[in-house]
Each structure stands twice: as structure tokens, then as C-alpha cells.
Design a protein around this ligand. Structure first.
Ligand code: ZN
Length: 348
């Protein structure tokens, strides 16, 4: 698994064959170290990086250059597409000497159909049926790997992080929303872009959700939902309680409303994980997204909640994600290397 993407690529005319990353011979003209450009496109920011891959297949890809730029979402969908292309071109102009960029990887939010290279919809960016993979491939002339941000994060955790060595597992991202990447036989299941949207549906009442439903898990059990629920119940302002960390701190200080909000979220998250285990008997579930920064305050009660919802199924091993907020960037990088490999194989 991990070794995929490290196949030799065809020789580049005039440059000789690119040497395997991390094994540059130093001989004149012997080759350049391989690199890709990875973009984690969010609702407001684009995290972009030039990434190279070392000779140790178990080592993390190395980030050479990193940038954060605005998606310019307020300026309309065309502007945010232009912002993506500009982020790629900016980094191409900053490639360190001795490296050659061979591909681009994109991790994007919304409903994303990887096989079609299509953003079906991305609310925050006002993108609908946008063939983003082709747009970037046409603009750059490079192979482009393309995927959903949470599935890309799950792919990175599977190859490089907490999911390594577990061919069947799920990665659950609990941040602004709640979504999962389901990994079976080492492959992330896509379902036309709809797989893993566990944060939506399941109730008939409660707070309105961005999806159009009401009472969805992510309205009260995501990191953002925890903070929002607490503010609604107490009248606290967003300055006082900007996120779930402040709710947790108040719970520790004896605030009973904060404790109830936190416990209700954990209970629902436990139920969601148990639902996945009932269907797929997953032995490992990787927990990621911003909420995982709560550490044992999340992981210990979540484990208990999952077990409380299971009867005959063995409880999964819950493990915190290891790539943190860089999971999307590493995910985009994995997608890029896979695209480079696929293009090299096609050229044979
Ligand atoms: Zn919803």
C-alpha cells in the first residue's frame, strides 16, 4: 500500500530520469527529486504545499513549501476556481532548485465524485457540477489527483497515519461537520460522492441543518455544533465561546449546561460509530477533525458510548488521527502521487 506511488516515472527529455526521491545521486544531470503540489481547498482558505516523498516508504511525505491563500468565495464561483489555479501557479514558481513538480492533488469540500472528477456541489464555494479535475489538468498540463476533503484525509491516515496496517476501517472527521471515510480492503469507498455523510439525517425535529434537514447529528455533535448548542442554551457570545474547547473548559469548571451539551454530543457520536460498526464490523475507527484535540475527554467517553450501543459486535479500537489539521494536505499529496503513478503507467 504505502509503496504505491513510488514507481519510477518515465525519463524527462534533457533531464535524465528523475531519481527516486531521497536518493538523489548529486551527479550533474542525474535527475531531479520528485515533488507534487497538494491543495486542501476549504470554505475560506486554500492550504497549498509543495511535497516530496522520501526513500523510506513508512515516512511521512516532506512538505517543502507551504502557503495559505483565500478561496475568494465571496467573489463568486469563478473567482474561487481562479484562486485554486493561482495557488498552483504560485507554488510552481517557488519550486526549490533540484525538484521537479510532476503532479497536482486537490482535496475539496462538498459532495465530490472522485471517479467523475466532479464537484457535484460545494455550498460554501457556490460550485455546482464543476469538473475541477479537468480544469486544473488543462491549466497545468499535469496529472491531477482529486478527492473529497474528508476522504482524502482518511486516505492519508490510512497510508501514512493512524489507519496504517488496518485494511478495513473508518476515519471519522468531527469538525465543522461530521463525515466519515470508509476504507475497505485498503480502498476508500466513494459511493458517487455520498458515502460517509453520517452527520446528516436520522431525526425528525430539532435545529435546522445546512443540508435542509432538522436535528442532524452535526447540528449539535460536531465541534461547531457543540459550541453553537451551548451558545443557544446560555446566551453566550461567539467571542466568549468560539468553539468546543471553551465548552469543554466550562464543563470541567462545573458548568452543568456545558457538561450536558458535551455529553449529549459524545453520546450521539458513539451511536453514529456504532451504526457503522453494525453495518461493516469495522475493527478500527480513526477519530479526526478538530474535536480530537480534546484528547481523552473525547476518546474515553466516546469509547464507552460506542460500547453502550453495541451488543453482539466486537467494539472497534478507537484511535486518534495522527496527521491533525494537515490530513487534508497529506491527503491531497497522496492523491497527487497516485495520479502521477497512474499517468506513468499509462505512458508505458
Ligand atoms: Zn444535515
Amino acid at each position: 500500500m504505502v509503496g504505491e506511488g513510488q514507481l519510477a516515472v518515465p525519463a524527462v527529455p534533457g533531464l535524465g530520469p528523475p531519481s527516486h526521491a531521497g536518493t538523489a545521486t548529486g551527479a550533474p544531470g542525474a535527475g531531479l527529486r520528485r515533488a507534487v503540489i497538494a491543495l486542501d481547498v476549504g470554505g475560506t482558505d486554500i492550504k497549498s504545499a509543495i511535497v516530496t516523498r522520501g526513500s523510506d516508504p513508512d515516512a511521512l511525505d516532506e512538505i517543502l513549501v507551504e502557503r495559505v491563500t483565500s478561496t475568494r468565495a465571496a467573489d463568486g464561483p469563478g473567482a474561487s476556481v481562479a484562486a485554486v489555479l493561482a495557488a498552483v501557479e504560485t507554488l510552481r514558481a517557488e519550486v526549490p532548485a533540484g525538484y521537479q513538480v510532476l503532479g497536482v492533488g486537490l482535496a475539496v469540500p462538498g459532495t465530490v465524485d472522485e471517479s467523475a472528477g466532479l464537484v457535484v456541489s460545494a455550498e460554501n464555494l457556490d460550485w455546482v457540477d464543476l469538473p475541477l479535475r479537468k480544469v486544473v489538468a488543462d491549466a497545468t498540463g499535469l496529472p491531477v489527483g482529486f478527492g473529497h476533503d474528508v476522504r482524502a484525509g482518511g486516505l492519508a491516515e490510512a497510508r501514512l497515519g493512524a489507519g496504517r496496517g488496518a485494511p478495513d476501517h473508518a476515519y471519522v472527521s468531527i469538525g465543522t461537520g461530521i463525515a466519515a471515510a470508509v476504507v475497505l480492503h485498503g480502498q476508500v469507498y466513494v459511493g458517487g460522492g455520498y458515502a460517509g455523510e453520517i452527520g446528516h439525517g436520522g431525526t425528525h425535529g430539532g435545529a435546522p441543518c445546512a443540508c435542509g434537514g432538522t436535528g442532524c447529528a452535526e447540528t449539535f455533535a460536531s465541534a461547531a455544533g457543540i459550541a453553537r448548542s451551548y451558545r443557544e442554551l446560555t446566551g453566550a457570545t461567539a467571542d466568549e465561546v468560539p468553539g468546543s474547547a471553551e465548552v469543554l473548559a466550562r464543563a470541567h469548571a462545573g458548568d452543568t449546561v456545558a457538561r450536558q451539551v458535551w455529553d449529549r454530543a459524545i453520546d450521539r457520536l458513539g451511536e453514529l460509530v456504532a451504526d457503522m460498526v453494525r453495518l461493516l464490523a469495522l475493527p478500527v475507527v480513526v477519530i479526526g477533525g478538530g474535536l480530537v484535540r480534546a484528547g481523552e475527554d473525547l476518546m474515553v467517553p466516546l469509547d464507552a458510548a460506542v460500547r453502550s450501543y453495541l451488543t453482539i459486535h466486537p467494539a472497534p479500537r478507537l484511535v486518534p488521527a495522527t496527521l491533525g489539521s494537515a490530513a487534508g494536505t497529506y491527503g491531497a499529496s497522496v492523491l497527487a502521487w497516485d495520479a502521477v503513478t497512474a499517468a506513468a503507467l499509462e505512458a508505458l
